[in-house]
Design a binder for this molecule. Structure first.
Ligand code: FAD
Ligand code: PHB
Length: 413
């Protein structure tokens, strides 16, 4: 068992009895998203103990609708970790995507352009369910509904995480802390601001996303450029479509009736060959902002940041989850090396190694976003330039290959 309890004691604060309890583990992981959970299983595999702290309930994290596209490397890792049973049954393998512009579709054939690679459509919350089930089946701790999580003594030899659980104030002493608590988490913001360099870009639009009880209208994902704005047709299963529309970043979802959403999707996805959008009841809708963001370095003292806690990409490249997985692979390897041989070289290079990939993925996600969306200040010149770029990407093998190799996932270092 990864938890070791020490020295329970009582403390009278503001008239209420607060029990303080000390625990110890090797790696304290903040956040049970893809980064935190994959890391916990990677560490478990090499005999390193960890405790995962999550502020939300299990139900909440298992139902939160997020990403849908898994790179080959992410799928391979799920196989390696023995958590791919449902993925094998339910995942939809896609060997290409369609870029739609000027009312015509153009396929980018991943398998042909990348030597057989493809992506898999499998919802992020299904991945989360698989990872949580595996962790709990191995009797390893995930503490849900952890309150007031805070990180301390990051530059000391024993960093500590404080949190509340069931009325008890816990102090979790660790060898290292993994800050896997997403963009709005507390780990990055606990680092003195002078120690980090932030690079970011906001986009003047967001995505309105829906889940609909409607069979997908195409076999593969369709990214559509249109004068009215970008649209994306994706899916979750042979019965459920996932669709997105470019919208204002602070769009009120209440202004979008189901009828208006379908009307807008029909216009933006329309083709000249009579293709028809399959419609059905909308079962979930929401608006997401778009941002590019990088923190450098991704480490402070004994705390390592991974996933959205360290970087955000706009979703047009379908990369956020996959990048989180790539970070924790590097971190797990470095920690394994440390515990096996006492060597810190890989830990010292964690940030540098991750950032090489992070910046390539940032570039790709920014490029896909700029090629496909309408920007407020665009003039007719920009519209023509975007069409020329799409024309080039879909007609030049070199350009298609560039898109394909980035989309299926760059090789791990
Ligand atoms: P998160 O998933 O945000 O997990 C962080 C966890 O930490 C959460 O469970 C949170 O509750 C917890 N937490 C936060 N603060 C605390 C605290 N103080 N204490 C304890 N716990 C805390 N990516 C792709 O790869 N492919 C896609 O197709 C794709 N599509 C997307 C579509 C949309 C609409 C959106 C919004 C995102 C999409 N992404 C996609 C991005 C992807 O969902 C994220 O990049 C991914 O979830 C990052 O994982 P993470 O573990 O770093 O962070
Ligand atoms: C999704 O299915 O949620 C999805 C697919 C492709 C993207 C982003 C999101 O680029």
């Amino acid at each position: 068992m990864a938890l070791a309890f020490k020295l329970p004691r009582c403390n009278d604060r503001a008239g209420t009895k607060v029990i303080q309890r000390k625990m110890r583990t090797q790696i304290g992981i903040v956040g049970a998203g893809p980064a935190g959970l994959f890391l916990s299983l990677l560490l478990q595999r090499v005999g390193i103990e960890s405790v995962v702290l999550e502020m939300h309930t299990r139900k909440y994290v298992e139902e939160r609708i997020r990403a849908g596209v898994l790179e080959q490397g992410t799928v391979d890792l799920m196989h390696e970790l023995g958590v791919s049973e449902r993925l094998k049954r339910q995942g939809l393998q896609h060997g290409g995507i369609e870029l739609r512009f000027g009312g015509r579709g153009h396929r980018i054939d991943f398998r042909e352009l990348t030597g057989g690679k493809c992506v898999t459509i499998y919802a992020q919350h299904e991945v989360i369910k698989d990872l949580i089930a595996a962790r709990l089946a191995a009797n390893r701790p995930i503490i849900f509904e952890a309150e007031d999580v805070s990180v301390h003594d990051l530059e000391s030899t024993v960093p500590v995480i404080h949190f509340g659980a069931n009325g008890v104030v816990e102090q979790l002493q660790c060898d290292f802390i993994a800050g896997c608590d997403g963009f709005h988490g507390i780990c990055r913001t606990s680092i003195p601001s002078g120690a980090l360099q932030i690079y970011d870009r906001d986009y003047p639009f967001g995505w309105l996303g829906i889940l609909a009880q409607a069979p997908p209208s195409s076999h593969e994902l369709t990214y559509a450029h249109h004068d009215r704005g970008f649209a994306l047709l994706s899916m979750r299963s042979p019965e459920i479509s996932r669709l997105y529309l470019q919208c204002d970043p602070d769009e009120e979802i209440a202004n979008w009736s189901d009828q208006r959403i379908w009307q807008e999707l029909r216009q933006r996805l329309a083709t000249m060959d009579g293709w028809k959008l399959t419609e059905g009841p909308i079962i979930q809708k929401g608006v997401t902002g778009m941002r590019s963001f990088v923190t450098e370095p991704m480490q402070f003292g004994k705390m390592f940041l991974a996933g959205d806690a360290a970087h955000i990409v706009p979703p047009t490249g379908a990369k956020g989850l996959n990048l989180a997985v790539a970070d924790v692979r590097v971190l797990a390897r470095a920690l394994a090396e440390f515990y096996a041989n006492g060597k810190t070289e890989l830990l010292d290079r964690y940030s540098e190694v991750c950032l090489r990939r992070v910046w390539k993925v940032q570039r790709f996600s920014w490029w896909m976003t700029s090629m496909l969306h309408r920007f407020a200040n665009d003039n007719p010149f920009d519209g023509r330039r975007q069409i020329a770029e799409l024309d080039y990407v879909t007609s030049s093998r070199a350009a298609s290959q560039t898109l394909a190799e980035n989309y299926v996932g760059l090789p791990m270092d």
